[in-house]
Design a protein around this ligand. Structure first.
Ligand SMILES: [Zn+2]
Length: 356
């Protein structure tokens, strides 16, 4: 990776910081010298970033690495590592069928998990009832962090953006999160894709598509981004891609949407997977997708990943398309919402992450 220079220095700085944190998370304990070698950043830049993170209590120094000069000279280099329990984020991931929450530290360790099914589908819940449910979950997670003397850096909330159509998520989030810590909310598929980037498969060939299955079907497209070359996460309404000209009407205003086809119990699981493959094929051609990840709290609905992989690998693309399940355990899917915290507060903005 080359050091980035450009007009958007805040983005570059945030990107470099996130790269360093991710390297430390994966390779720690690691020396500043090794960080410079692996990241391609200059030793001076590494020092500035590492020292700042040490001052913030996010990194700690531990042990020493042998110096390159051996016993003949050179200062011994100190290892750095994340201070795992120093800062936590609270993540809340809302899907059409339920809500899961977690307390996660910067190293990706999950300290507490809460949540479950709404009992009814989201569309059948009143805004007041839903507010109470989410507020209760957030309260439980915050009490857990307080009880364990953890510093909460922020709250990240992933929501199904425009489902149900009558719900104003911005108002909802404003009403349930009157806490003194920053609150970030985003599309739930974008949050889950971010969690995969931070805590799952890491940096995969781009463009990459994340298929989010959580009652409905959402998606996120991860691209190389703009001049700074940083990843960009955009929501994709995967569930509303048309797969049938004469299909049933959908709440989105369209007809024959993938989501309705998959959820229609008269279609066999094999037919559903064929429809998903059909939609993914279109997106692959449209965006030159190179990797597809299937995740979300109900990713088991996409039961036949092999079929999706086979369909996409049949395509005569310049490069093969890989299809993999999420590496994040289904019970830890709220990690993505927790990653929103570290993305926007610790690493600030790596990309032009949309608010929704
Ligand atoms: Zn639709």
């Amino acid at each position: 990776m080359s050091e980035l220079h450009g007009v958007n220095l805040t983005v570059v700085k945030a990107h470099n910081e996130a790269v360093i944190i991710n390297l430390i998370r994966r390779k720690a304990p690691i020396s500043r010298y090794e960080l410079a070698e692996l990241s391609g950043l200059t030793p001076a830049t590494i020092s500035v970033i590492v020292n700042r993170l040490i001052l913030q209590g996010i990194l700690g120094e531990t042990g020493t690495a042998p110096s390159r000069g051996g016993s003949l000279g050179g200062r011994r280099r100190r290892y750095v590592e994340l201070v795992p329990d120093s800062r936590v984020g609270i993540g809340l991931l809302v899907s059409r069928s339920g809500c899961v929450g977690c307390v996660v530290d910067i190293s990706g360790r999950v300290h507490a998990v809460l949540g479950g099914s709404f009992g009814d589908t989201l569309a059948e819940l009143s805004e007041e009832y839903l507010s109470q449910q989410l507020e209760r979950e957030l309260g439980g997670l915050i009490r857990y962090a307080d009880g364990h003397k953890m510093t909460v850096m922020g709250i990240g909330i992933g929501v199904p953006t425009w489902y149900p159509p009558h719900l104003d998520w911005q108002r909802m989030v404003d009403s349930i999160a009157p806490y003194s810590v920053p609150v970030t909310f985003s599309n739930n598929a974008v949050a889950a894709a971010l969690g995969e980037w931070w805590y799952g498969g890491g940096e995969v060939p781009l463009p990459s598509l994340y298929a989010f299955v959580g009652g409905g079907i959402g998606g996120a497209l991860i691209t190389q981004g703009g001049a700074a070359g940083v990843p960009d996460f955009q929501p994709i309404e995967l569930g509303h891609l048309g797969v049938s000209v004469s299909g049933e009407e959908c709440y989105c205003g369209g007809r024959g949407c993938l989501e309705n086809f998959v959820l229609n119990s008269s279609h066999s699981p094999e037919m559903a997977m064929d429809a998903v493959a059909y939609a993914l094929r279109s997106l692959t051609h449209l965006f030159n997708v190179r990797t597809v990840t299937v995740g979300g709290p109900e990713s088991h609905m996409f039961h036949n990943i092999d079929l999706l992989r086979a369909r996409l690998q049949q395509l005569h693309r310049p490069e093969p398309v890989t299809v993999e399940p999420s590496r994040i355990a289904p019970e830890h899917q709220a990690l993505g919402a927790g990653a929103l915290v570290f993305q926007t507060i610790l690493a600030r903005r790596i990309s032009s992450l949309p608010a929704l």
